[in-house]
Design a protein around this ligand. Structure first.
Ligand code: UD1
Ligand code: CA
Length: 475
């Protein structure tokens, strides 16, 4: 459909949201509301999308920067939907195909419905086609007035409607397909003599009728698709619909979602087949989960990639991380901007801070904090340890209670621990310090000097036993 363009109306403020953020930028499943109709138009086959912006135009532009099929038309003052479409005319100068018109605050419309509407437009030889639906409570919507032959002859806004017209339940969804020549000529001629003093796009229906051009209605069966979001109650309802769609698509692709009602997955997240997602999980941003993973209760994963066969236990938080396959992230672990290679185990309750890289078969145990470190294959820090600004080789055992003292009060310094080193419990490394390969650091040692390879470093006060001391004290 190279002869199909779209105009997205998104210049309004959205007063009823009571927000500092313009309405169409409020997120639904992680994407701004307006991204949904934009994507629907794209999937329906539009070659070019003009988004009409006004309030917080820069914010909207910035979000879509780099999406080359979108251009922006500025509507400085919001004088009505007809005026908004007229503002897009220059951006589509010379275009002679069909134009889809969508509203930024009607986000649930499906591409399939748009495609069917375009097909109906072509099949009926219409100049203008209006998407409609029937609502038990049509309050607030424009009503469709049909002539004796069933053709649409007028749309009347709620505020301009007589009680007879108000009782009509067929409503205008605010979504149209129109021939460009007619559309841009018509919107230039719209007046604002109505209850709201606005330039109503809906007035082009009368113009088509007056010119003897055909105006068709295209009813959609599912009224939910045309739900307009005007306040935060609507926002939550629309959010639930978008989540439901995302979860359903994943389930049909082979993902087990135990309780879709409490699973929050953003648009664009990918999940491999045979992965199981437990209740209360949040997957957001550019997240990719591999096949055969288990993501347990309450895990929060944002902007991260996980390979196949990973297990993420309850309450883990993973942000901006890259995980290989078969990584086990145990309960309560928090990690950010970390790279984790295959077959590693982390936590429970570990804290991996930015710049952590763990090679394959590493084990990080409970209450271990890391920051700006690399840890080579097969190394372990199983309990109660702080490792910061360090390069740790492979097959290193870091004993319980080890601390890299990386900060001297002014600057940060590095600790280097080469391969095959055994670090006993309760060791402090006062950086900068280098431990040569295959050395042993005795428990309780405070290391202040470099240690050569293959040696033992021990620095602790010799033990003194005083026989019978306790008995004497009691006497
Ligand atoms: C509009 C329709 C109504 C329909 C309803 C469906 C008109 C006159 N009425 O009413 O028949 O039932 O949508 O939801 O078209 N906008 C601009 N610039 C403007 C005015 C609006 O960009 O000057 C944008 C808004 O940001 C919004 C969309 O157009 O995204 C719809 O505008 P809104 O004021 O919400 O129209 P409704 O009163 O809902
Ligand atoms: Ca509206």
């Amino acid at each position: 459909m190279a002869d199909l363009a779209a105009i997205i109306l998104a210049a309004g403020k959205g007063t009823r949201m009571k927000s500092d953020l313009v309405k169409v930028m409020h997120p639904l499943a992680g994407s701004p509301m307006v991204a949904w109709p934009i994507d629907a138009a794209r999937e329906a086959g539009t070659s070019h999308i003009v988004t009409v912006v006004g309030h917080q135009a820069e914010k909207i532009r910035d979000h879509f920067a780099g999406q080359d099929d979108i251009t922006f038309a500025l509507q400085g003052e919001q004088l009505g939907t007809g005026h908004a479409v007229a503002s897009a005319a220059d951006a589509l100068a010379g275009f002679t195909g069909k134009v889809l018109i969508l509203c930024g605050d009607v986000p649930l419309i499906r591409p399939e419905s748009l495609r069917s509407m375009v097909e109906a437009h072509d099949a009926t030889g219409a100049t203008l086609t209006i998407l409609t639906t029937r609502l038990a409570n049509p309050f607030g919507y424009g009503r469709i007035v049909r002539g004796y032959d069933g053709r649409v002859i007028r749309i009347v806004e709620e505020k301009d409607a007589s009680s007879e017209i108000r009782s009509c339940t067929e409503v205008n969804a605010g979504i149209y397909c129109a021939d460009a020549d007619f559309l841009f000529d018509a919107v230039r001629r719209i007046g604002n003599d109505n209850a709201q003093g606005e330039y109503y796009l809906t007035d082009i229906v009368i113009m088509a009728a007056e010119r003897g051009l055909r105006c068709s209605a295209f009813p959609v069966a599912n009224a939910m698709e045309v739900m307009g979001v005007n306040d935060r109650v609507h926002l939550a309802a629309a959010g639930a619909v978008t989540r439901h769609r995302i979860n359903e698509a994943l389930m049909l692709d082979g993902v087990t979602i135990i309780d879709p009602a409490t699973t929050y997955i953003d648009r664009g997240v990918t999940v491999g087949r045979d992965t199981t997602i437990h209740p209360g999980v949040h997957l957001s941003g550019r997240t990719e989960i591999g096949e055969g993973c288990t993501i347990e209760q309450g895990a929060v994963i944002k902007g991260s990639t996980l390979g196949d066969g990973c297990v993420v236990e309850p309450g883990a938080v993973i942000r901006s991380c890259r995980l290989g396959s078969r990584v086990a992230v145990k309960a309560g672990t928090v990690m950010e901007d970390a790279t984790i290679h295959d077959h590693t185990a982390i936590g429970p309750m570990a804290h991996l801070r930015p710049g952590t890289e763990l090679m394959a078969h590493v084990k990080i145990g409970n209450f271990v904090e890391t920051k700006k470190i690399t840890m080579g294959e097969g190394s372990k820090a199983s309990h109660l340890t702080y490792l910061g600004d360090a390069s740790i080789g492979s097959n290193v055992n870091v004993g319980c209670g080890t601390i890299t003292c990386n900060y001297d009060g002014v600057r940060k310094h590095r600790t280097v621990i080469e391969d095959d080193v055994f670090v006993g419990s309760d060791v402090q490394f006062v950086a900068p310090v280098t431990i040569g390969r295959n050395s042993l650091i005795a428990a309780g040692t405070t290391v202040t000097q470099d240690v050569p390879p293959d040696s033992l470093a021990i620095a602790r006060a010799p033990q003194v036993n005083k026989d019978g001391w306790k008995l004497k004290k009691r006497d």
